[in-house]
Design a protein. Structure first.
Length: 611
């Protein structure tokens, strides 16, 4: 069983999205792109416990918070009258905005086919759509498989002045008549499990409804008949009854005072108990303990290390998968507090245990475990449309290089909204460093690249700039580039694949720095260096011929932050003007200053008179 397609309308920051999901995959993209919203949408449609929360949705689950139609639309007057025409929409033609989430499930088991037989449709895997031809024999083709569509609808109920939401069999909407509810039992047959990072640590081993332990007990059809006996035992247990503690004496004095004012039928005999003695309260307070280290001492499971808890969750997931056999796991950021080797183990184990596993992650160690086809790169535009972009490697980026250099060259770009493709290692290290330095010196003018949401990627040479830029441009990223002077032909190719090219006129980044800084800055830096023997042998006194000596030093120290170290000790005036202008231009593009407010003509005249 797997989720093949999900369509999302009017949910959270997503106005519309239609996504096709792989058998196993990882959702990647910049923060606030919509990765978690996709998993939350799946949970609304398929999660057996999600709709137990009342209300199931709220104001902020609607796109831009719009859950009501504006009753009146103000129209500017066509004449000089002050009146504003108000147009009232026809209620019978329009209704309040709704959240709509439709999920198409394929790969159904025999048991699921029997359970959902009245609502089964067929999916064409070649055309990625429902099979809608009139020939019944066509469903026997190898590319046609049984499918089930589930639709969640969330809305504001004006009569109840509250929000509501339900899951339905989507097919019943197409057939007319009354939509049929996709019940909690139906959802349990689907086997969808969403693991949020918050729930993982605080509820995994509790008996609260929807916890992993509760899910395991329900799958095993274990109904612990312990509540009555436990409540009886706790009911006989009174706290702090020894007179030497003083608490019972205080309670007795309260009881005596109480008798002065009310009859005993109103209340008498106050005492302390360990809980409210209800099932729901016991579900929350009963807590497994685990031994910590050497010795007999045990502590609540949630007091263990975060990494230990996450590995414990993995063990529980394996139990769920073994018992259910056909389960979809959706997991947020499995790397939290887990070392790299354990991150990889979690990914492989969950994939092996489940029919489908969908992750979100910011870890290169997690992302590199997924093939290009399994990496779902998401981007969202200003209108709220969420799209998946397919990773297409250009000719200059071979698949082998992509995998080998994934951690150091490509991963950060996949996770960012904006990418600056730098020609080589010197620019990759030095330009972000100089932007941070400029921000320290003049925070009102400059901004660090990190604050602008820009990551810097080393293209690995001028011949790879255009190809690397094209890779990220095709993924919907905002792409810039910084490089040395190029030929006209090379420059034209780069320009085609970036939003803005920053190209200086020097033949090397080191020359750009040294030819455009001050003698004082070079001498100061030279005096701080421990010069390598081969440069001392060549130049004798490096400070005497400081520019040539530093040029050799920068080239020798190209991959070890030599140019960056020089720039971060400069004042604003000592930093080359081209670098300062590039930093300013990037900030202007990404974070433009708000336009000055318009001043009415009479105010301008008044201001001129005042001046």
């Amino acid at each position: 069983m797997k989720v093949t397609k999900i369509t999302i309308i009017n949910f959270r920051g997503i106005s519309f999205s239609e996504l096709f999901l792989p058998e196993h995959g990882v959702l990647v993209g910049d923060n606030n792109t919509g990765k978690t919203s996709v998993l939350e949408a799946l949970d609304l449609a398929l999660g057996p416990d999600r709709l137990n929360r009342r209300p199931p949705v709220d104001e902020h689950d609607f796109y831009q918070g719009n859950y009501l139609l504006t009753p009146k639309i103000a129209v500017p007057p066509e004449n000089d009258d002050d009146a504003v025409e108000e147009v009232v929409p026809e209620a019978e033609e329009q209704e309040n905005p709704k959240i709509e989430i439709e999920v198409t499930i394929t790969g159904l088991s025999e048991e699921q086919l029997r359970h959902f037989h009245d609502y089964i449709e067929f999916w064409d895997e070649l055309e990625d759509k429902l099979y809608d031809k009139s020939e019944p024999d066509g469903v026997d083709a190898a590319n046609i498989s049984p499918a089930l569509r589930v639709k969640f609808i969330g809305w504001y109920d004006s009569e109840e002045d509250d929000f509501d939401g339900k899951s339905y069999f989507a097919r019943t909407f197409d057939e007319g008549g009354e939509p049929q509810i996709f019940s909690r039992k139906d959802k349990q047959n689907c086997g969808f499990l969403y693991l949020r990072s918050v729930r993982t640590g605080s509820r995994a081993l509790s008996l609260e409804r929807g916890s992993l332990l509760d899910i395991i007990l329900r799958i095993k059809e274990v109904r612990p008949q312990m509540w009555e006996e436990t409540i009886d035992q706790l009911g006989d247990l009174s706290i702090a009854t020894k007179s030497e503690l003083g608490i019972s004496e205080v309670l007795e004095s309260i009881n005596t005072a109480l008798k002065k004012y009310v009859p005993k039928e109103w209340g008498a005999g106050p005492m302390l108990k360990v809980s409210t003695l209800t099932r729901e309260n016991l579900r929350k307070v009963i807590t497994p303990f685990i031994a910590t280290g050497v010795g007999d001492h045990s502590a609540p499971f949630y007091r263990q290390g975060t990494g230990t808890i996450n590995i414990l969750v993995l063990a529980m997931l394996s139990q769920i998968a073994e018992d259910k056999q056909n389960v979809i796991f959706a997991m947020e950021e499995p790397e939290t507090a887990i070392p790299p080797h354990s991150q990889k183990r979690i990914i492989h184990e969950v994939r092996k245990l489940s029919s489908q596993a969908i992750f979100t992650s910011h870890s290169p160690y997690v992302l590199e475990e997924f093939s290009i086809d399994e990496t779902v790169v998401l981007s969202r535009d200003d209108k709220g449309e969420l799209k998946r972009s397919k990773i297409v490697l250009p000719e200059t980026v071979k698949a082998k290089r992509y995998r080998q250099d994934f951690r150091i060259r490509f991963c950060e770009g996949l996770l960012s909204r904006r990418v600056l493709v730098a020609e080589g290692a010197t620019e990759t290290n030095a330009f972000p460093a100089v932007c941070r330095r400029l921000y320290e010196l003049a925070p009102e003018k400059y901004a660090p690249l990190e604050a602008l949401g820009i990551c810097t990627i080393d293209a690995g040479g001028e011949g790879s700039i255009a190809g690397t830029a094209k890779l990220f441009q095709n993924l919907g990223k905002q792409v810039f580039s910084i490089c040395d002077k190029q030929t006209e032909a090379a420059e034209a190719i780069i320009v085609e694949n970036v939003q803005q090219l920053f190209m200086h006129e020097e033949t090397g980044f080191e020359k750009l720095i040294l030819n455009n800084t001050t003698e004082a800055a070079m001498e100061r830096f030279a005096g701080q260096l421990t010069w390598p023997p081969h440069i001392l042998e060549k130049h004798g006194d490096p400070v005497a011929g400081v520019k040539d000596a530093l040029l050799d030093y920068f080239k020798w120290n190209k991959a070890d932050w030599g140019a960056a170290d020089f720039l971060v000790q400069c004042t604003e005036e000592e930093i080359p003007g081209w670098l300062r202008q590039t930093a300013l231009k990037l900030k202007e593009i990404v974070d433009p200053a708000a336009p000055a407010p318009e001043v009415e003509p009479e105010n301008i005249e008044n201001q001129n008179e005042a001046d």
